[in-house]
Design a protein around this ligand. Structure first.
Ligand code: AMP
Ligand code: ZN
Length: 469
């Protein structure tokens, strides 16, 4: 499997730190509003990468945060006259609903910045002790950018160029910086803002430190993959690398993946220009599976243009797969039992070629556009070769392959399967919480609900696993 690494700007063979395992951190949304369709792109493409890696047999530990302390959240809270946590909790819940509708599986862990302040203070202390950070007179703590020799390695920016243009990076209130390139790790509270005690002042963390800390806590000092939208390369991810590597003396992440931007009608998405859609807006007109299919029909690193025509094309494309599977289900009802005929076995060999084509595409930096073409080829194969005279074993085998490949893309094409993967995992998490709270009645109820849908749970040492009966 090859992954395009922003660090080296080339595709590299993927070699995990630990055999058979992948640790992956994806920067999540700031929760002050319903997520927009641009935010949905990293969720969908990296969820698909995760699904493919799991399909290949890797155990993926997938962490994605919610940024729940931020200027925009505070502003909205003040407008509504409520505590910022009311705003962030509301939009975390709404975001989870959208994720479920997009069939984006919940992360292994979804940490929230406000619950990790202790860890952030610890890391900032370490950075000060190692002379990578300093405290200004007003209690602001800055990272000393020039103390980290490899600064700029991700964004391929030259520190001197940055420094000469650096004055423009200064914003008001940051005049106590030793160098314009230094960035905030901790800042003093302002009137009406949430704050925490710290050794330096009552205040709150800068944005970048949260991901360094959450990634370390849930995945360790070194991880396999760190991902997000391309706007995060500089300064967010560059700063994360500086903080983590200066504090831990280890390479932070081996592979950096960035998705391209989503535009609307070839223009940058902008609320004030009126070309802006939330995922919820789209759900009023389309099944969100169509949005997912649309996002995967392009390579994740390419810019992607959203338009009504392209969504219609996506709807038709997805429909072709769903109809083919429905047809196979129909044929199955009257198909004869017994083993595959010689001819069917030969045809199955041909079908396997499309499956190999799918894997080749996904192995090449998750080329979902080509992978979906392979699904279409398989659908065409099914429509041509599976007829009323086909035996059940053959119909089932062809259907299973279409469903499996679609499922790796998170596309639900067999409408007989009512309950979504994401719903199952939500219920499993709820069951774990219920058990922890000793609410065994609710935990058993969830197990029974899932069993009624043909979902079997298995408690293992690595956590709860599930399968369809
Ligand atoms: P934010 O809430 O702005 O921090 O964004 C959350 C995630 O969405 C980040 O990974 C961003 O890079 C990504 N993102 C934001 N806008 C877009 C867009 N228009 N296209 C693609 N990704 C985006
Ligand atoms: Zn981040």
């Amino acid at each position: 499997m090859r992954i395009f690494n922003t660090l080296s700007r080339q595709k590299e063979e993927f070699v995990p730190l630990e055999e058979g395992k992948v640790s992956m951190y994806v920067c999540g949304p700031t929760v002050y509003n319903l997520i927009h369709i641009g935010n949905a792109r990293p969720m969908i493409v990296f969820d698909t990468a995760r699904r493919y890696m799991e399909h290949k047999g890797y155990a993926v530990n997938y962490v994605s945060n919610f940024t729940d302390v931020d200027d925009k959240i505070i502003k909205k809270a003040n407008e509504e006259g409520v505590d910022p946590s009311v705003i962030s909790e509301r939009y975390i819940e709404e975001c989870k609903k959208d994720m479920q509708a997009l069939n984006v599986r919940p992360a292994t862990t979804h940490p929230k910045a406000t619950e990790e302040i202790g860890g952030m203070i610890e890391m900032i202390k370490t950075l000060i002790d190692k002379d990578h950070a300093y405290v200004a007179q007003d209690g602001t703590v800055y990272f000393k950018t020039r103390s980290f020799g490899q600064y700029g390695k991700l964004s391929h920016k030259n520190l001197d160029d940055l420094r000469s243009g650096g004055r423009s990076l200064l914003v008001s209130g940051e005049d106590q910086k030793q160098d314009p390139l230094d960035f905030v790790l901790w800042k003093p509270k302002k009137e009406g803002e949430p704050y925490w005690e710290s050794p330096w002042c009552e205040g709150r963390p800068g944005w970048h430190i949260e991901c360094s800390v959450m990634s370390k806590r849930y995945l360790g000092d070194e991880i396999d993959i760190h991902a997000g939208g391309e706007d995060l390369i500089f300064p967010h991810h560059e700063n994360e690398i500086a903080q983590s590597e200066a504090a831990n003396d280890k390479e932070f992440a081996k592979y950096w993946m960035h998705n391209g931007f989503l535009n609307i009608d070839n223009k940058k998405m902008s609320k004030s220009e009126g070309n802006f859609f939330t995922v919820r807006d789209i759900s009023e007109k389309y099944d969100l599976q169509v949005l997912r299919f649309f996002m995967l029909s392009a390579h994740y690193r390419s810019p992607l243009n959203f338009s009504a025509e392209l969504m219609e094309a996506a709807k038709n494309g997805l429909e072709r797969i769903v109809t083919s599977v429905a047809n196979l289900n129909y044929l199955m009802k009257s198909a004869a039992d017994g083993e595959m005929s010689e001819n069917e076995r030969k045809l199955m060999e041909e079908a396997k070629r499309y499956i190999a084509q799918f894997d080749t595409a996904m192995d090449d930096d998750f080329n979902t556009a080509d992978a979906i073409s392979a699904i279409f080829d398989l659908v065409k194969f099914a429509n041509t070769h599976v007829s009323e005279s086909a035996g059940r074993a053959f119909v089932q085998a062809v259907k299973d392959e279409i469903v499996l490949l679609s499922d790796i893309c998170g596309l639900i094409v067999d409408k007989q399967e009512e309950i979504l993967d994401a719903q199952i995992e939500e219920l499993i998490l709820e069951r774990q919480a219920a058990r922890k709270a000793k609410n065994f009645a609710r935990a058993d109820e969830i197990r029974d609900t899932l069993a009624a849908q043909g979902i079997i749970l298995e408690d293992t040492r690595e956590g709860v696993k599930w399968k369809r009966a």
